[in-house]
Design a protein around this ligand. Structure first.
Ligand code: SF4
Length: 380
């Protein structure tokens, strides 16, 4: 695992003036909302799993930063401390019902969340050992009779570092409260909203192309770019061949495209070409691998160190709604969500997209001294 970074407030590779302008505007708004004071800048540390967060916290504990203000975002699945609800299924739904007063009483842990927040946000006298892991948070929650789920969110106001699974970085509320941004516009300032209607337009296709080109110009060695489907991959490739953008990419990097079918030997050969191009000094600076979420590259392959110094994901890879299996699974979940404690069809659908995104982003985060940029492109 490595320290993945997402630069707060609109990470941008070339259109820095636009990002700076946006940052200034966001900072002014945030200051206004925070009683004239600038909010605490935050580092977001995204990982694929909570187990990885636990490992990182353990490492942090051993450093000089062990007193840093922090929080860990998790779902109710991990941090609900209500004696009955935490043991059942459908924790989100049950919690919401309780808080809406549907059971006649609210959750006393919710109303006591501030006790845990105060305990963890007030610096200790010797400024030591303030970092905690999720297990400790939950056990403190039980001790103080405080909801660990809501306390962790309240702690975001004080936190200098926020640990969370990658999908939280896409949560619009979290993005707003800390001014984190995925890239919503390209170098020509055209909006990048990866919905079906937009991706069909040349404007979108050209803007994504310019963005990818600028990343390749900026980031040395290996760059991975993940698209939501082979259909979009073909569409973009056709357009970029037509506009000569492909040629420009090839002048900088060896460009490789994940094939849709084919046997394993052919695919291994392509991967070998990719890694050889990164190692060699053949006049180009590394390689670009354009692949598809849920494809061969996005799941299971290891792109450590120079093999992936940047990973871009374009759009949110929702499964194909017209796929019969997807349609049936959604219906099945809707019909049985209550009785069997399943996610509803649309929740399941959304989770699939984030899972695929997590997998793709997780390709380059392979060990603790590894590093790279994770760039999520979509204005949604
Ligand atoms: S408020 Fe917290 S403790 Fe209470 S049910 Fe919801 S998640 Fe669980």
């Amino acid at each position: 695992m490595k320290a993945s970074w997402l630069q707060p407030s609109g990470p941008c590779t070339t259109c820095s003036c636009f990002a700076i302008q946006q940052n200034a505007q966001n900072a002014a708004e945030a200051k206004k909302e925070n009683g004239g004071k600038l909010p605490i800048p935050k580092i977001f540390f995204g990982t694929r799993t909570h187990k990885q967060i636990a490992q990182i916290v353990k490492e942090l504990h051993r450093t000089g930063y062990s007193y840093v203000h922090m929080t860990i975002l998790s779902s109710r699945e991990y941090s609900c401390v209500h004696p009955r609800i935490s043991r059942g299924s459908n924790k989100n739904e049950k919690c919401a019902e309780l808080l809406e007063g549907k059971e006649g009483v609210s959750c006393s842990f919710y109303h006591g969340a501030h006790r845990l927040t105060e305990h963890l946000s007030i610096p200790s006298v010797d400024k030591k050992a303030q970092v905690w892991d999720l297990e400790e948070l939950v056990s403190l929650g039980k001790k103080f009779r405080s909801c660990a789920y809501f306390a962790a969110r309240e702690l975001m106001a004080y936190a200098e570092i926020v640990f969370c699974p990658y999908n939280y970085l896409l949560d619009s509320q979290i993005r707003q409260s800390v001014w984190i941004g995925t890239i919503g516009a390209g170098p020509k300032r055209r909006q990048l909203r990866a919905t079906f209607q937009h991706t069909e337009t040349f404007e979108f296709q050209d803007e994504v192309g310019e963005l990818l080109l600028s990343v390749c110009q900026t980031v040395r060695r290996g760059v991975l770019c993940f698209l939501p489907s082979y259909k979009m991959l073909d569409k973009l490739k056709d357009r970029w061949l037509h506009t000569s953008l492909w040629e420009k990419l090839e002048l900088i990097k060896t460009v490789i495209v994940e094939p849709k079918g084919g046997d394993k030997a052919d695919f291994d050969e392509l991967l070998q070409i990719y890694s050889d191009a990164i190692k060699s000094q053949n006049g180009k600076d590394g390689a670009l691998l354009i692949a598809v979420c849920r494809g061969k590259v996005s799941e299971g392959l290891d792109f450590s160190d120079d093999n992936a110094r940047a990973v871009l994901t374009i759009g949110i890879p929702f499964p194909n709604l017209k796929d019969l299996q997807v349609e049936l699974k959604r219906k099945y979940n809707d019909q049985h969500s209550k009785a069997r404690g399943l996610l509803t069809g649309s929740q399941w659908y959304e989770v699939q997209a984030y899972r695929a995104l997590n997998q793709a982003l997780g390709r380059c985060i392979r060990h603790r001294s590894d590093w790279g940029a994770l760039i999520l492109v979509d204005d949604r």
